[in-house]
Design a protein around this ligand. Structure first.
Ligand SMILES: [Fe+2]
Ligand SMILES: [Fe+2]
Length: 306
């Protein structure tokens, strides 16, 4: 595989120290004790991109690179490359463990290994929606696409993996965080791509829209191509959970069709848990693992192509 990128110096994928799946017992919490938090691990409110925190500059630099480099052509190339699913064969839980090696630089709230974020969101949602097992599993796997930063999966730079997503091929809406950096994106001045609907039309459906390339679209592709039986709302959540301009600000809604509007209701439910269950309180991985393995067996084959 040949993917050439300029590797941004400031954005370094942090390798977690070992695969510590068994955190300190006094930090563990059972799902009965799970509570939503008002502040993130750094004491700021969630998604506050202006707060002076340790991560502010890293996060802003991240968006600068993303907004300059995510073009229509770039996304098309990424989709073609990753549609081959020729990087690895592994099961879902195996991938959850693999993801532990990744820290997300775009996230101003999160400073824990990824498996904790997966389990914290899944356990919080399980507590409030006990009968929607597909939603628990969706939460568990929603970020697995972040393995794209690992060498075996192309070692993509963080700006091509994480952060808020947005459509390419039409004008970049003002509600995108750090919008000013889009001015340096070649598509910004291209008349084919810079009108409100660009290459799309009203009601065309999000399925027909190219989104900036990242872990959302990759994991959607992996789940779908491997024949998951997750309902369409689950796939929608995986694919658009970082599309904050849409689900937080209501931008780009003209591109949605009726099915998108239905699925959006579940995405809004999910999003609360994606955001507010991030905490310093760790889930006991071994305690909850059997439950999630049963869900994986219900909705996925034992091995998937990635
Ligand atoms: Fe995500
Ligand atoms: Fe997430």
């Amino acid at each position: 595989m040949t993917i050439c990128f300029e590797k941004p110096d400031q954005l370094i994928v942090t390798q977690a120290k070992g695969m510590n799946m068994q955190p300190d017992a006094n930090q563990l919490v059972s799902n009965e004790e799970f509570a939503m938090l008002e502040n993130n691990a750094f004491g700021n409110s969630f998604r506050d991109y202006e707060a002076d925190g340790a991560r502010k500059d890293i996060v802003e630099q991240h968006y600068k690179l993303s907004h300059i480099n995510q073009t229509y052509d770039f996304v098309k190339r990424m989709r073609e490359e990753y549609r081959k699913l020729d990087k690895a064969e592994m099961g879902i839980w195996e991938c959850c463990e693999l993801l532990n090696e990744v820290v997300d630089d775009s996230d101003p709230d999160l400073d824990e290994p990824q498996i904790q974020h997966l389990l914290q969101s899944a356990e919080a949602i399980r507590k409030d929606y006990p009968n929607e097992d597909w939603l628990h599993l969706t939460a568990l796997i929603h970020d697995l696409g972040k393995i794209l930063v690992l060498p075996k999966f192309g070692e993509l730079p963080q700006w091509a993996v994480v952060g808020d997503t947005f459509p390419v091929g039409c004008a970049f809406d003002k509600s995108n965080v750090h919008h000013k950096y889009f001015k340096e994106n070649p598509d910004f001045n291209n008349p084919i791509y810079n009108t409100k609907n660009g290459v799309y039309f009203e009601g065309c459906g999000l399925d027909n829209v190219l989104m900036s390339w990242g872990h959302d679209d990759y994991m959607y592709m992996v789940a779908k191509e491997n024949g998951t039986t997750l309902p369409s709302a689950g796939l929608f959540i995986i694919r658009y959970h970082s599309f904050y301009p849409l689900h937080k600000c209501g931008a780009y809604t003209q591109l949605m069709n009726e099915e998108d509007k239905e699925n959006m209701k579940w995405l809004k439910v999910f999003n609360k848990y994606d955001l507010y269950s991030k905490s310093k309180v760790l889930v006991d991985v071994e305690e909850v693992k059997p439950y999630y393995e049963s869900l994986i067996a219900k909705y996925f084959p034992a091995k998937l192509k990635w």
